[in-house]
Write a protein that binds this ligand. Structure first.
Ligand code: PLP
Length: 387
């Protein structure tokens, strides 16, 4: 069989989105990857099979998804999971009691909850630092630190970390750097190319892109760590079913053009909000008012599709606006083709509402979809009238 990760290396991202990991099915010629809805596989003799024994261990639809994600992130290996949290949990099983992790202090609420309320009970300790400042990352490294964990851009504050500089810090300390690349997607940022060791995604968001499937993935280059993670994936069993793998693969085909539309629409909406008299501030990496605008331009191929903002009248006005939008649906999650609006403090970030990392209750987060930008602006304008 041809090795797509080698033969396709020089193709452009739009082309890879459509073709990565997907070959006509050898049995039938089916152009689309079949949904191999099976738990087990016939063996010719004891232990003699075509590479598949049992679907927790391997399933051909999942193999196609894993190959696609490895190629899109420019990595050698990928492993798919039943959710982003399952991927992060499995990754953390690489570590042992007594180990220490340095994490950004603005990570996904569910990740913070997993670290503090699940993993910490197994004797792994976490320090949280403002990762916009790489000196704070290096100062937090101890003799028992094994991992740096980052998101960039973060959710919902859209803070960035210089990945190249952090990778150098990790290399010098002899520890791993893992990046949750959910917000940028490989269309905008490929951390492995900046010497990051491990990339994680919630494929529920931009990768799947249609708000119809939950999933996660780990991508990496290191053969030994891959072997350990592959063992853990099978041993723990937090794997996605073939139908979910199929849906995620279908979403991936339009990742490149969706991200272009998300970025274009989000840029227009960020400008509209910036000029709006009721708005206190707008956070968007594509605005030159963003404190890390230069890093965003250097590190990312586009500003992304998430815009956060605060109204001058704060929480009461915010609660009013999220009820009045008609095109923007009030909902958690992000990264789908449809636009969503939410209040992070009581919704997605409820798990940190009482911690030191609580979000301003008046902050509104928009996940900008691929609708017409003017229609989205008009919807926000009517919802914000009289705020
Ligand atoms: C949604 C999300 C997760 C968790 O992924 P699930 O698929 O919901 O389990 C992790 N990190 C980030 C940045 C996310 O947005």
């Amino acid at each position: 069989m041809s090795n797509p990760s080698v033969s396709r290396k020089r193709l452009h991202f739009e082309t890879l989105s459509v073709h990565a990991g997907v070959e006509p099915d050898p049995a039938t010629g089916s152009v689309m990857t079949p949904i191999y809805q099976t738990s087990t596989y016939a063996q010719d003799d004891v232990g003699q099979h075509k590479g598949y024994e049992y679907s927790r261990t391997d399933n051909p639809t999942r193999t196609a998804l894993q190959e696609a994600m490895a190629i899109l992130e420019g990595g050698r290996y990928a492993l798919a999971f039943s959710s982003g949290m399952a991927a992060i949990d499995t990754l953390l099983r690489l570590f042992e009691p007594g180990d220490h992790v340095v994490s950004g202090d603005d990570v996904y609420g569910g990740t913070f909850r997993l670290f503090e309320e699940v993993i910490a009970a197994y004797g792994i300790r976490f320090s949280y630092v403002d990762a916009t400042d790489v000196n704070q990352i290096s100062s937090a490294i101890r003799r028992n630190t094994k991992l740096i964990w980052l998101e960039t851009p973060t959710n919902p504050m859209l803070r960035l970390t210089d990945l190249k500089a952090t990778a150098e810090i990790a290399r010098q300390a002899g520890i791993l750097l893992a990046v949750d690349n959910t917000f940028a997607s490989p269309a905008l940022q490929q951390p492995l190319s900046l010497d990051v060791n491990i990339v994680i995604h919630s494929t529920t968001k931009y990768i799947g892109g249609h708000s119809d499937v939950v999933g996660g993935v780990i991508v990496l280059d290191d053969t030994e760590i891959y072997g350990r993670l592959k063992f853990l994936q099978n041993a723990i069993g937090a794997i996605p079913g073939p139908q979910d793998c199929f849906l995620t693969l279908r979403g991936i085909k339009t990742l490149a053009i969706r991200m272009e539309a998300h970025c274009r629409n989000a840029s227009q909406i960020a400008l509209f909000l910036t000029d709006h008299p009721s708005v206190d501030y707008v956070i968007f990496p594509g605005l030159d008012s963003h404190p890390q605008y230069d890093l965003a331009k250097r590190q990312m191929a586009g500003p992304g599709g998430i815009v956060s903002f605060r109204l001058q009248k704060g929480e009461a006005a915010a609660r009013n606006v999220v009820q009045k939008t008609k095109l923007f649906t009030l909902a958690e999650s992000l990264g789908g083709v449809e636009s969503l609006i939410e209040l992070p403090h009581p919704m997605t970030h409820a798990s940190i509402a009482h911690s030191q990392f609580a979000i301003d209750p008046g902050l509104i987060r928009l996940s900008i979809g691929i609708e017409n930008a003017q229609d989205l602006v008009d919807d926000l304008a009517q919802a914000m009238a009289k705020t």
